[in-house]
Design a protein around this ligand. Structure first.
Ligand code: MG
Length: 399
């Protein structure tokens, strides 16, 4: 299989509201900070780790938080700003994979399984993401990586603050069993009390109980659910609305591209990058969009819908070329070139049965694997040598 054995990445921003406030008020760094409703009936929306050490946590009445940590700095929430930063962080996740399932304003699951085609190890993906969020937004994020959703989520909690925790497949039970049982998903106050009645404190003690005993005491659904979780079983997949998503590659050139050959080569490189990202996500595209900005800053986009979804470099390049041919360049240089894919669907949909597995397909997969080991430029079609344009591309952008 071309997938990581731990395909689920859970990313969770650390004390998100507090850290966003600290960006514009650096003097708050290192101090206990509490964000929330400041009136008598207010509740805590977020607390810095310094405040959490005094027992403050989110959803706690503000009056209580003030008693626990009277010397904290108290701030009203700025939700518009948090939403704006959140939108940008999610755009960074979309650069990693289109398979993103948001859980809240600062938390998401990503299916990174297919990125094995591009990265040696899932930890490399997680560290690159944390670095990217830190560089772009100045914010700390914690990442958990595991074979299942709920282990990945527990792993990101373990990683906090500002860390990464990878639970290799097969070691879930070692990771899980020493934990307090109440950290399992679905254990609220009532269930927790019943588990304590059974003498259960840790997940390991829960796992040791017979399944039918749990079902009798907790009910069919909750009992079976907890018995599965206690053994690390969680079949849920990352849920994404891929049909509403897009994947695109675009680049602004330091010097306008002028010759037909240079433009075509740039388009082909885009098709390669776009194709690799689609294949890594296990997706194929039904619609292709070409974006072109000329040296005079006029910008055109052209789209086409294909008779069948595609994920191959050759197909993507052909669609891009057909769109390019419909634009009148009239000698103008190309300042920006973009190639995008929409109408995404799983590449293993039934239509693939007849079309996959051909020689072209095999070649593409092999090339992806070579790049995985030797880097982006290890496999270059002869027609792309030498690379046109200046070296590292400052205007390159994948979304
Ligand atoms: Mg968070």
């Amino acid at each position: 299989m071309d997938r990581f054995t731990e395909p689920i990445l859970h990313v969770d921003m650390d004390a998100f509201f507090v850290e966003v406030e600290r960006l514009r008020r650096p003097e708050l760094r290192g101090l206990p900070v509490i964000v929330g409703g400041l009136g008598n009936r207010g509740v805590v929306a977020a607390a810095s780790y310094e405040a959490r050490r005094h027992g403050v946590h989110s959803a706690m009445p503000m009056a209580h938080a003030r008693r626990l940590c009277p010397h904290a700095r108290f701030l009203p929430p700025d939700h518009a700003r948090y939403r704006e930063v959140s939108r940008r962080v999610f755009a960074l996740l979309d650069e990693v994979t289109p398979l993103v399932e948001p859980l809240s304003i600062d938390e998401a699951f990503c299916d990174i399984g297919g990125l094995r085609l591009l990265h040696p190890h899932p930890v490399a993906v997680g560290e690159a993401l944390r670095r990217r969020i830190r560089e772009a937004e100045g914010l700390p994020a914690s990442v958990g990586i595991a074979a299942t959703k709920f282990i990945a989520k527990l792993a990101s909690e373990e990683a906090k603050p500002d860390g990464l925790c990878h639970v290799p497949a097969g070691t879930e039970v070692d990771f899980l069993h020493p934990m307090p049982a109440r950290r399992l998903w679905g254990v609220g106050e009532a269930t927790h009390a019943r588990l304590e009645g059974l003498g259960v404190r840790t997940v390991g003690e829960l796992a040791a109980l017979p399944r039918d005993l749990l079902v009798r005491r907790l009910g069919e659904a909750a009992g079976a659910h907890l018995a599965d979780l206690a053994w690390g079983r969680d079949p849920r997949r990352v849920e994404t609305d891929t049909a509403a998503k897009s994947v695109s590659v675009e680049e602004t050139y330091e010097r306008d591209l002028t010759g037909e050959e240079g433009i075509d080569a740039a388009l082909f490189r885009h098709a390669e990058r776009l194709g690799r990202r689609l294949r890594a996500a296990g997706l194929a595209a039904r619609s292709i969009t070409l974006k072109l900005r000329f040296g005079d800053f006029t910008t055109f986009t052209r789209s086409t819908t294909l008779p069948r979804p595609v994920d191959g470099t050759g197909d993507l390049a052909a669609a891009g070329r057909a769109l390019l041919a419909r634009l009148e360049r009239r000698g103008r240089g190309v300042r920006l070139l973009g190639l995008g894919a929409t109408g995404l669907e799983p590449a293993d949909a039934p239509r693939q049965l007849a079309l996959r597995g051909g020689a072209g397909e095999e070649l593409t997969r092999a090339a992806d694997r070579v790049r995985d080991r030797f880097g982006e430029d290890a496999v270059v079609p002869a027609r792309l040598v030498p690379r046109p344009g200046p070296g590292p591309d400052p205007g390159r952008k994948d979304t």
